[in-house]
Design a protein around this ligand. Sequence first.
Ligand SMILES: [Zn+2]
Ligand SMILES: [Zn+2]
Length: 340
Amino acid sequence: MSDNGAANDDYNDTHRAFLQALLARQTITFPDAKPLLAAIQSAQTPNRPTLPEDISQEDFENYVHTLNSQVSPFDLEIRSTLHQQTKERIYALVNTTSDALTQMATIHSADEIAFVKRVLDGMFETYNTQRAEVMAVTSMQALKLAKPSAGEERRRESTQTQGQTQSANVGLTMAQAEKVLALMVEQAWFEFSDRGFYTLSPRALMELRGWLIETYNDQAQGEGSDAEEDDGEHVKIKLCQACKEVVTMGQRCPNLTCNARLHGHCVGNLFRAQGGREECPACKHAWLDAPPVGEKAARQGAQQRRTTASSNTGGGASRGRRQTQSVAEESDAESGANEE
Ligand SMILES: [Zn+2]
Ligand SMILES: [Zn+2]
């Protein structure tokens, strides 16, 4: 790669090898790419071996650039994003056009795709409410979705999987569902956290961004006037106020009716951009003790779900005194239980 100026033109075996590696592993970071590219280049010119430390960020970016000009006719693109937790920059080969659910590559049967859709609904509807934006599901919660619920038939009419044969609609066995979940992690669509939650991976967030907004936000707007909707005003998919990417882990505005969200790693950038003012860019509320978005919101969520069920006030939007009291009582009960 001595002549970087002509990088676009010299697509060669090293680029093909790098593309193969990327296809096999789905995502890559620059530190992971260094030994890989060094090995690929050394194989190309054995008399002039390349060491991992010889691979600069610029070399890596040149590979990405050259590959992108090669794969774009196939509606593919290498994109990058920061991991919301590790803050590493993740590169992934992303399909730029086709429908999200059919992209979930080797998952073929309609029942398997329908299960994945139910898990996504779990992440972005059931466990993503104004009270608790978990945006993740535990294995237990995911496995409970192995079979379709009674109400699913109605909702399925609006999904993209409609064109496929859905007549059987029997769902999966627990073992099948477990296998699909493992495959989703293996293919870097899902991540499985230390605390046992499935979330969308950085690769999935890049690839599914448009689909997530279309699927979960449009629906919320469409049903906004429907009083039956638990929290119709809650925008399901929200973008970071600083970097404009989807937030599934991060912070929310302390004003719980405000839709402003930030990634943990974007908070500092935003405050600097605001000249040091540590306030919400949307509602100007002080950005202090911002509640979490992501699995950290799950414990709160569990309390509040029980509260909602016991108080049974109907519309989730009503914030009656009774409900507030219940939350406090539940919290007391919870902390009491922890002391034992
Ligand atoms: Zn951000
Ligand atoms: Zn706000």
